[in-house]
Design a protein around this ligand. Structure first.
Ligand SMILES: Cc1cc2nc3c(=O)[nH]c(=O)nc-3n(C[C@H](O)[C@H](O)[C@H](O)COP(=O)(O)OP(=O)(O)OC[C@H]3O[C@@H](n4cnc5c(N)ncnc54)[C@H](O)[C@@H]3O)c2cc1C
Length: 465
């Protein structure tokens, strides 16, 4: 145990709000916009200088499928689709209905990769912020939420740190979209981490983009090598044998972008690091950047179409796939996803399959063996932490098992959960009940009216897909 010291200090109350959303990633954006649209004064706090979370700071993309596994039904609509349609209108995204499985935008992957959404991360920073402001959301950027404030079991606000120093934000309801359950965990709500057997989490990846790639040569090479189980697997194997490829990956994750000659790279891999420990995050950033340099050399030497490529940029932060998951009123399991279980309190549907990058080895990715249903449901109770009041959680840290998280962690699902959480927060204030006591049938009716999708013929609580 580290040595501790006691701190006593006075901090100014910077703001008092109805709904406070922590984190402006996919879940937080959808939560804030939805909350404000339902009349709650909504403040969203984000540690970076722009919104988007992994959409922007993480350089993560494309958005994985928002459709059913078979690609036949669009499951995630609402705020997510609104953002994409606005970006598409200005040429900075392609609607997923136009992106088939196996396309270069989908990294040439077919299983689970039908109808992904390519987008320009710079556009997200502007368009998503505009959507927040238009909805009446107050944005507070460059601000890290450090510590929740409690009155008994009720979370009443947070201490934040910024260039303005330490300040307090008070709120009637807090929606924790930090992806690490920062508020819930520090408020003492129970959390779980990693695999049941050893607590290990999925590895981290520093995304980067390369420019001046010969797109046609890349696409032709992949088409001509259908036997490579992962794109460029045989080239990776040869390079590894020659001692030129030390990263624990079996192929290269390459995703074409909207700009010709520019590809996103999802290939670095940093294992056995804890995304909630700043020492581990520091070590992971350094290792991630070392791997980028190694990969750039490998690309130029060995990858067809990459001989003259340059490093365009790296993400502002290493991407953290997995940290804490809250223990909620319900914990979503792999079996729920495989059986496509109906939940009376369904608030989102998803079709992305289980995608667990190995915490220890070079394998992993979308898993065709763990066959999830064509569409599976996420219930409201996964967003409601046990033991703490006036708090909801949305996005990567909702209540699920390690295996189920491997599927629901993608960005469209985070938007859908965020929309539900933000709507629930605002409705709970209108109805004068705690989020735990909210009438879920009413929440579902409002979500449907707001363009979310809860299944064909869904007509209220008790009816599934
Ligand atoms: C390497 C990697 C590759 C991935 N590939 C894909 C992919 O191709 N497609 C896909 O759809 N999904 C992919 N994912 C999954 C997806 O990016 C995340 O699971 C998803 O972004 C989760 O959304 P979120 O809103 O919960 O969290 P995030 O996107 O992480 O957003 C959380 C936000 O909260 C902010 N924040 C955190 N803590 C605090 C705090 N204490 N105070 C203030 N602000 C805070 C962060 O800065 C961030 O903006 C990938 C993830 C990783 C890491």
């Amino acid at each position: 145990m580290p040595r501790t010291v006691e701190l006593t200090m006075t901090a100014a109350v910077r703001a008092t709000t109805d709904v406070l959303v922590v984190g402006a990633g996919p879940a937080g954006l959808a939560a804030a916009i939805s909350s404000a649209r339902h009349g709650a004064h909504t403040l969203v706090v984000e540690r970076y200088g722009y919104v988007g979370g992994n959409l922007t700071a993480g350089l993560v993309g494309p958005c994985m499928t928002s459709y059913s596994l078979g690609g036949g039904e669009q499951l995630i609509r609402g705020v997510f689709e609104e953002l994409i349609l606005r970006m598409e209108a200005e040429g900075s995204a392609i609607h997923p209905s136009r992106v088939p499985a196996g396309s270069p935008y989908a990294g040439f992957i077919t299983y689970g990769h039908d109808k992904v959404t390519p987008f320009d991360p710079e556009a997200v920073k502007v368009v998503a912020a505009e959507m927040c402001l238009a909805a009446g959301v107050e944005l507070l950027l460059h601000t890290l939420v450090v510590q929740p404030r409690l009155d008994g079991d009720r979370v009443t606000g947070v201490v934040v740190a910024s260039k303005s120093g330490l300040e307090v934000l008070e709120a009637s309801v807090i929606v924790d979209c930090s992806a690490d359950a920062d508020v819930a965990a520090r408020a003492g709500a129970p959390v779980r981490v990693g695999r049941d057997a050893d607590g290990l989490t999925q590895p981290m990846t520093l995304f980067f983009r390369v420019g001046n790639v010969d797109d046609a040569v890349v696409e032709e090479y992949v088409r001509a090598h259908p036997d490579d189980r992962r794109p460029f697997a045989s080239i990776v194997e040869a390079a590894r044998a020659a001692g030129e490829f030390t990263i624990p990956r079996r192929g290269v994750g390459l995703y074409k972008t909207l700009q010709s000659g520019i590809w996103r790279v999802n290939t670095t891999r940093v294992q056995r690091r804890d995304g909630t420990d700043v020492g581990d995050l520091t070590r992971a950033e350094i290792e991630g950047r070392r791997q980028v340099v190694e990969l750039m050399g490998f690309f130029r030497r060995r990858l067809p179409g990459f001989a003259d490529c340059f490093l365009l940029d790296t993400a502002a932060t290493i991407g953290v796939r997995e940290t804490r998951r809250i223990v909620g009123e319900y914990t979503l399991t792999l079996d729920d996803l495989v059986s496509g279980r109906d939940f009376a309190d369904v608030i989102a549907l998803c079709g992305y399959p289980v995608d667990i990058h190995s915490p220890t080895g070079s394998g992993g990715g979308v898993d065709e063996q763990l066959r999830t249903a064509n569409a599976y449901q996420i219930p409201y109770r996964c967003l409601v932490p046990v033991g703490r009041e006036q708090l909801l959680v949305a996005g990567r840290s909702v209540s699920s098992t390690h295996e189920a998280l491997g599927a629901i962690r993608v960005m469209p699902a985070a938007f859908a959960m965020g929309q539900a959480a933000g709507t629930a927060a605002a409705l709970s204030l209108v109805d004068g009940v705690s989020p735990r006591q909210l009438d879920v049938a009413r929440l579902q009716a409002v979500l449907l009216r707001d363009g979310a999708y809860l299944g064909r013929g869904f007509a209220g609580a008790g009816r599934g897909v």
